[in-house]
Design a protein around this ligand. Structure first.
Ligand code: FDM
Ligand code: MG
Length: 207
């Protein structure tokens, strides 16, 4: 049985990650390619609900502890992800461990290296689509909401961290274009990627 591809979207707020994930799922469904969408944090689980109350400022959680909760929220979905991948379903994932590391490492006293440890061994994406948008272009698309982390100076640190995490299987995409143009560009990249992973084993992230 040919396996599906694990495709992750990362990038700054307003870069269009969520919209483009949805467009991509629609495209693959149209082409009858088995596909399922994931997003992290997945706020529907018990751990995800704790994360949600943290992000919406209803609850404070110690910084190391919340980092581990974000990671646990990925690990709890791994069995489901693996079953789907092995059954030939391509997964389109909105944020992953790279957000986990980049956001926590933007806080005082956290090294990139420490932040990576809990996510070591997660299924390694076949492709990371990093949507790049300059801060001024992002600001034109709308203001930040009220969630924790939605501040310009913090986000600038997060962006720097993202760039330190780039690997060979990342594609940096200029997101400063229309939704349709971006969807067409991403669609082509993903349709080319899926057949190349069919017989490749699922690798482990950061180890
Ligand atoms: N975030 C997301 C983290 O801090 N760590 C993580 O591991 C993940 C996956 O949560 F500010 C942050 C990034 C963002 C917030 O993300 C919620 P969405 O995409 O807006 O739901
Ligand atoms: Mg958001």
């Amino acid at each position: 049985m040919d396996r599906g591809a694990l495709i992750v979207f990362e990038g700054c707020d307003h870069s269009g990650k969520t919209t483009q994930c949805k467009r991509l799922v629609e495209l693959l469904e149209q082409k009858r390619i088995p596909v399922q969408q994931f997003r992290f944090p997945d706020r529907t689980t018990a751990i995800g609900q704790m994360i949600n109350s943290y992000l919406s400022n209803k609850q404070d959680i110690e910084d190391h502890a919340v980092h581990l909760l974000f990671s646990a929220n990925r690990w709890e979905l791994v069995p489901k992800m693996k079953v789907l991948l092995e059954a030939g379903t391509t997964l389109i994932v909105d944020r992953y461990a790279y957000s986990g590391v980049s956001f926590t490492a933007a806080k005082e006293g956290f090294s990139i290296d420490w932040c990576k440890q809990p996510d070591c061994g997660l299924p390694r994406p076949d492709l990371v689509l990093y949507l790049n948008l300059r801060p001024d272009a992002a600001a034109k698309r709308g203001n930040f909401g009220n969630e924790r982390y939605e501040q310009t100076d913090f986000q600038a640190k997060v962006m720097k961290n993202f760039h330190l995490l780039k690997e060979s299987y990342w594609k940096e995409i200029d997101a400063d274009k229309t939704e349709d143009d971006l969807a067409a560009e991403l669609g082509e990249i993903v349709l080319n990627c899926i057949p190349t992973v069919r017989e490749r084993p699922i690798e482990k992230l950061w180890c």
